[in-house]
Design a protein around this ligand. Structure first.
Ligand SMILES: Cc1cc2nc3c(=O)[nH]c(=O)nc-3n(C[C@H](O)[C@H](O)[C@H](O)COP(=O)(O)O)c2cc1C
Length: 376
C-alpha cells in the first residue's frame, strides 16, 4: 500500500544510487559508465530507429484525465496474472547481453528481481537463476530453437515444468535478426552478448570481432521458422500458460487466442526488430479490442514513467513489461540499481494513481485517457 510502503526505501542522498531521480537519469549514468559499444547495443534500435522514437513519442499524444475527490489515501497496485499474485503490474522483460552491461549481469538481475519481488521473464540459464534468485516466477522465453518438432517441444516443456517455471513466454518477432546499424558500424560481435565485452587494448581499441554484426540477411533462426502450428503444439504440450510476445496487430492477437495462447504481449522488441511498425502503445487498443477479454494483454516498449504505465493500463493492458529501464539500473549500479529503478517506477505509478483518483487497478479504465484531438 502506498503511504506505509516499506519498498519506498531509504533516500540517502550521499549515496550515488539516489542521485538519479528517474529512469532517464539512470540512463545518463549508464551511458557514462558503459563502453560506447555496449551502450549502443543496449539503447539502439534497428535501421532508421523510427519505431524507437515512436515508442517514446506516442506517450505524449496520450493525455491523462484525472478524477478528483476520490479517497486515495491507500493505493493498491496488486494484480493477479495467470494465478500468480503480484504486488505491482510491472514485469521485467527478457534481455540478452546482460553480461555486456555488468559482470554476471544475468544473475545480478535475477537477485534484484527476487529482492524486489518482481516477476522476471528470463532467457538466461534457468538453473542458475532458480538458485540465485527467488522472484515469484521464472519464465523461460524461447525464440524458436526448441520448437523444431513435437518431440523437441515436449522435452523442452518437460524441462521447464520440472524446473518450476510458471509460464512460457514465446517471442515470435525474432525469426530473423534485424539490421542494427549502430552495432554494424561498431563491429559489435554477437558472441559478446554472452561473454561480455573484451577489454580494450592500450590504445583503447577493441579486439577485432570474430563474428561482427553486418549488413545482410543472417540465416533464419531456426530453420524452418515456427508457424502457428508450433504455437498450438506448444500450448497442447504443457499445462503452463503460454504467453506470445511480439504481437502488433488485431489479426495476430486473434490467432494467438485461437491457437491456445494464455496471454499476449504487445511488443515490437523494443524497436530492435522490424522498424516502422509504430509505437506499441498505439497498437495496444486494437489488440485489446480484438482479444475482448478472452486472455490478458500485456505491453512493453518505451515505458519510462509511472504515467506511461498508467496510460498502458488505461488502454487495457493487464501489466506492463520493461527492459531498458532495469538495464540502465544494472549498468549504472548493478543489483541496487535494478532494484532502485523498479522502486522508482512503482512509486511513480502509485503516486500518479493517487493523483488521478484511482486507488486500485480495477478503478483504471479507458476513460482515464484520451488521444490528443480525440473528442469525447
Ligand atoms: C539489450 C536488449 C536485449 C534484448 N533481448 C531480448 C531477448 O533476448 N528476447 C526477447 O524476447 N526480447 C529481448 N529484448 C526486447 C525486450 O524484451 C523488450 O521487448 C523491449 O526491450 C521493451 O522495450 P524497452 O526496452 O523500451 O522497455 C531485448 C531488449 C534489449 C534492450
Amino acid at each position: 500500500m502506498f503511504g506505509s510502503a516499506p519498498w519506498l526505501g531509504s533516500q540517502d542522498y550521499d549515496n550515488p544510487l539516489y542521485g538519479p531521480v528517474n529512469v532517464m537519469e539512470f540512463a545518463a549514468v549508464a551511458k557514462k559508465k558503459l563502453d560506447p559499444l555496449a551502450w549502443d547495443y543496449l539503447d539502439g534500435g534497428s535501421e532508421d530507429e523510427a519505431a524507437l522514437r515512436d515508442n517514446r513519442n506516442a506517450f505524449s499524444r496520450l493525455i491523462l484525465r484525472p478524477r478528483m475527490l476520490v479517497d486515495v489515501h491507500k493505493i493498491d497496485l496488486s494484480v493477479e496474472l495467470f494465478g500468480q499474485k503480484l504486488d505491482y503490474p510491472i514485469l521485467l522483460d527478457p534481455a540478452g547481453g546482460k553480461n555486456c552491461f555488468f559482470r554476471d549481469g544475468e544473475n545480478t538481475v535475477a537477485k534484484a528481481a527476487a529482492n524486489a519481488k518482481a516477476l522476471q521473464i528470463t532467457n538466461g540459464g534457468i538453473d542458475e537463476l532458480i538458485e540465485s534468485g527467488k522472484a515469484p516466477v521464472f519464465w523461460q522465453v524461447t525464440t524458436g530453437g526448441q520448437l523444431r518438432n513435437a518431440q523437441t517441444i515436449r522435452s523442452f516443456v518437460k524441462r521447464l515444468e520440472a524446473q518450476g517455471c510458471k509460464a512460457i513466454c514465446f517471442t515470435v518477432d525474432i525469426m530473423h535478426v534485424s539490421q542494427r546499424e549502430r552495432d554494424i558500424r561498431n563491429g559489435f560481435d554477437r558472441s559478446w552478448c554472452e561473454s561480455g565485452l573484451p577489454p580494450r587494448d592500450a590504445q583503447g581499441k577493441m579486439p577485432k570481432a570474430k563474428n561482427p554484426w553486418r549488413v545482410g540477411i543472417y540465416p533464419s533462426r531456426p530453420s524452418p521458422t515456427p508457424t502457428w502450428e508450433a504455437l498450438s503444439e506448444l500450448c497442447a504440450a504443457t499445462k503452463l500458460p503460454v504467453l506470445v510476445k511480439g504481437i502488433m496487430t488485431a489479426e495476430d492477437a486473434d490467432r494467438c487466442v485461437k491457437h491456445g495462447a494464455s496471454g499476449v504481449v504487445v511488443s515490437n522488441h523494443g524497436a530492435r526488430q522490424m522498424d516502422h511498425v509504430g509505437a506499441t502503445i498505439e497498437a495496444l487498443p486494437e489488440v485489446v479490442k480484438e482479444v475482448g477479454g478472452r486472455i490478458p494483454v500485456l505491453v512493453d516498449g518505451g515505458f519510462r514513467r509511472g504515467t506511461d504505465i498508467l496510460k498502458g493500463l488505461a488502454l487495457g493492458a493487464k501489466a506492463v513489461c520493461v527492459a531498458r529501464p532495469y538495464l540502465y539500473g544494472l549498468a549504472a549500479f548493478g543489483q541496487p540499481g535494478v532494484e532502485r529503478v523498479i522502486e522508482l517506477l512503482r512509486t511513480e505509478l502509485a503516486l500518479n494513481m493517487g493523483l488521478a483518483g484511482v486507488p486500485n487497478l480495477a478503478a483504471i479504465d479507458r476513460s482515464l485517457v484520451r488521444w490528443r484531438g480525440e473528442t469525447r
